[in-house]
Write a protein that binds this ligand. Structure first.
Ligand code: BGC
Length: 756
């Protein structure tokens, strides 16, 4: 008996150790959670914290900040310093002290760094990040229009396809984590970053955010997926004076009603990471805000991915917001509030090690954050596919499909806001067309967050207008420079040219092109403005040209709406072109010449003046109870406005007259193309809560559908309004659906809604 027992015990012991050997985190057949837990067990505290640290090869200009003073005396010349830092950084990767890096120069560079990571004790692959939210733009990869442009298409299906391409192309460049999509709601046209967003509406931003998340994270084969990063959490699009970084002092109800739902949607779609905002919300910096980062984000929105700090914003808890004494204090505050990864630089590993030692952060808290990183690295398959594939001969980048999609999104994003006497399209033969304006021959159509490439593939506006012109039309381009301060001789020469023309096409607006020269810039990140009228003396040019009596078509370029009241009263046609990207000039020309019937709708209202920088469609009923003393009220062009070369009618609106608060409400209507040419229509469905316990907006978008209709064709359009669409945040700050009546509005045109 005794012997038998011993034998049994012995055989069990052997089984256990076999099992352990097989159970390595490198075994791809194991579940992600098992792998993450197995790996965590092998890690030292320093290695765990290393996974929470983003560090990269600091540019030479930042050397003095990056090198600690005790080391400085050893370093004689800048080159030595750069080499020293590079060596230190690479050694840190091999030592497992860096989990995330950025500013990858090339595929080869990315692969070199991943190789170093593979030489580390535990072989954990690196997260490699970049702001490629709408395209890499390197080695002939594809760039898509900016988000404010793509928002005007109201076409999340195409946006999802674009995101799939962006992720694939990013992976071939060695990037596996993309800092995008931005899903801030833009409620201030002065903000330089409006072009990075989907405009003013909560539903549209949420749907587009979901499209990007799915495209980045799900649709490709695993080796071409990239982690998405929702930014900036939260409400940076409604900061004081529209200034980047400035305080956000909006109510919790506004936060919850308008700014958080896109995050909730994108989280539910599986968004892997989130970036905290630069600003303070109600006096607590977003990076120190437990209410935002833990109570809401983790407990309510159920986000279980990673929170990364924005660029040096943990440092700014000390230097800008002044809520921390020093970097260690700031690291503690942000870690406790819910930030998982420090972006970026030296000192974080040391700070967190000290905080654990002092008992202020427990190892189990570090484990929790570290596990989040490990899970995502396993989920993205990085342990198996850390290296960037060479796309040569594989039809992975700059494919025909990608280029066509970029062009199609440009087309769908153009909004025809005015077309007096149907001056457009310019279809007459034998027209002499003058093309001028400071944006006719530059890269403003590319917008912000593209990088320093050579841009040889870009079709500029004047090139598109020349190449696409119908036969026998004569297009003359007059170059008046790129500055918004157009010289008087340029104005005079433009007028001379205009006198010889039949029609003038003027490319005006702003310039947010990131690598562009600072003198020409009018927007972009940290390029906010206090005045949103046409910049410089553009209006002077238009006024002089107007005196010639020739019809004027204005193409407005730029990443924010401008106050264009004078233009809207005095020129014949206006196309809000935003930043239509690589093939923008071609798409614009197709609309101008009638080869493409415009279909975009405004995702953000166009104000009359700077005083309306905060104008939006979903305002509270009392907003216009008392008017400003002078001038007209309401926006110049409302959210959802956009003309076509054909016309549409809406009829037979049907819906259930009574529903329970748990039921979906089905709405359908017939839409007919009553014009003579084919066209796309974007049908928008709004509700209004007639009487509610707290104030609710006059309109709330609850559905949009983009449809294509041949001339004379009709289609039935269906919407399904969910109970959540009907909900509000009540006095106790609970989300509830109240009994009562709702109006349903279906319409697209300027300020006219069919109220049923
Ligand atoms: C921006 C982020 C961006 C980050 C990293 C910051 O200044 O706010 O949107 O992702 O830089 O480059």
């Amino acid at each position: 008996m005794t012997i038998k027992n011993t034998l049994i015990i012995f055989s069990v012991a052997i089984l256990a150790s076999c099992n352990q050997e097989k159970q390595s985190y490198l075994d791809a057949s194991l579940a992600i959670e098992t792998r993450a837990q197995l790996l965590l067990k092998e890690m030292t505290l320093e290695e765990k914290i290393g996974q929470l640290n983003l560090d990269y090869d600091v540019p030479a200009s930042d050397l003095s900040k990056a090198i600690t003073s005790d080391k400085l005396s050893d370093i004689k010349v800048e080159e030595d310093a750069a080499a020293y830092l590079l060596k230190q950084w690479e050694e840190d990767i091999v030592a497992g002290k860096i989990g995330v890096t950025r500013d990858i120069e090339s595929r080869e560079h990315a692969n070199h760094l991943q190789k170093l990571a593979e030489q580390s004790r535990l072989k954990i692959p690196l997260f490699t990040v970049q702001n490629y939210g709408r395209g890499v733009g390197k080695d002939s990869t594809t760039i898509f229009p900016s988000y404010i442009s793509m928002a005007s298409s109201f076409n999340p299906t195409l946006v999802e396809k674009a995101a799939e391409i962006i992720a694939r192309e990013s992976r071939t460049e060695g990037i596996n984590w993309i800092f995008g999509p931005t899903i801030d709601i833009s409620r201030d046209a002065r903000w330089g970053r409006v072009g990075e967003t989907w405009g003013e509406d909560t539903l549209l931003s949420g749907e587009m955010g979901v499209a990007i998340v799915k495209g980045f994270q799900n649709n490709n084969a695993i080796e071409y997926r990239a982690a998405a990063c929702l930014k900036h959490y939260a409400a940076g699009g409604q900061s004081q004076n529209g200034l980047n970084f400035s305080p956000i002092d909006i109510s919790e109800r506004t936060l919850r009603t308008y700014h958080l739902p896109p995050f909730k949607k994108a989280i539910d779609a599986g968004a892997m990471t989130i970036m905290a905002g630069h600003n303070d919300y109600q006096g607590i910096p977003c990076h120190a805000n437990k209410f935002l980062l833990t109570d809401i984000l983790r407990d309510e929105l159920k986000f279980d991915g990673l929170v990364i700090s924005d660029w040096l914003d943990i440092e700014r808890l000390v230097t800008l917001h002044k809520v921390a004494e020093d970097f260690k204090d700031a690291s503690l505050i942000s870690f406790k509030a819910g930030v998982n990864i420090h972006n970026h630089g030296k000192g974080y590993v040391e700070a967190l090690l000290a905080l654990v030692e002092e008992g202020k952060i427990s190892e189990s808290e570090i484990n929790e954050s570290c596990l989040k990183v490990l899970r995502l690295k396993f989920k993205l398959g990085l342990f198996e596919n850390r290296y960037a594939p060479d796309p040569k001969g594989k039809n992975l980048v700059w494919t025909k499909e990608a280029q066509e999609l970029s062009l199609e999104l440009s087309r769908q994003s153009l909004v025809l806001v005015k077309n007096e006497n149907n001056i457009l399209p310019l279809k007459n033969k034998n027209l002499n067309i003058l093309v001028t304006g400071q944006n006719a021959n530059n890269l403003a159509i590319m917008g912000d967050w593209v990088f320093d490439e050579n841009y040889t593939d870009v079709v500029k506006i004047k090139d598109g207008l020349i190449n696409e012109a119908p036969q026998n039309n004569n297009v003359v381009f007059y170059d008046c420079g790129e500055s918004v301060n157009i010289s008087s001789s340029h104005i005079k020469n433009s007028v001379k040219n205009a006198e010889k023309s039949d029609v003038i096409v003027l490319a005006l607006g702003g310039n947010h092109f990131r690598p562009g020269s600072i003198e020409n810039k009018t927007g972009g990140e940290n390029k906010d403005v206090q005045d949103i009228e046409l910049f410089g003396n553009q209006l002077e040019l238009v006024k002089e040209l107007k005196k010639t009596g020739k019809p004027i078509v204005v193409i407005l370029v730029g990443g924010r709406p401008l106050a264009i009241e004078w233009l809207s009263k005095n020129v014949d046609a206006i196309i809000q072109a935003w930043e239509p990207g690589l093939f923008g000039g071609k798409a614009i020309a197709e609309v101008v010449y009638g080869k493409y019937n415009p279909s975009g709708k405004l995702p953000m209202s166009i104000p009359r003046s700077t005083g309306q920088a905060n104008v939006w469609y979903n305002y509270h009923p009392s907003l216009y109870f008392r008017n400003f003393m002078f001038g007209e009220m309401g926006p110049l062009y409302n959210f959802g406005h956009g003309l076509s070369y054909t016309s549409f009618t809406y009829e037979n609106l049907e819906f259930q007259k009574q529903i329970n608060t748990s039921e979906n409400l089905k709405v359908n209507l017939k839409v007919t193309n009553t014009g003579a040419i084919d066209g796309d229509e974007i049908v928008l469905c709004y509700i209004n809560d007639k009487v509610s316990s707290v104030v609710t907006p006059v309109k709330k978008l609850v559905g949009f559908k983009r449809i294509s209709l041949k001339a004379s064709e009709s289609k039935t359009v269906e919407f399904e309004i969910t109970p959540k669409d009907l909900s509000l945040w009540n006095v106790d700050m609970k989300e509830v659906i109240e009994k009562g009546e709702f109006e349903i509005m279906v319409g697209t045109l300027q300020d006219t809604f069919e109220v049923i």
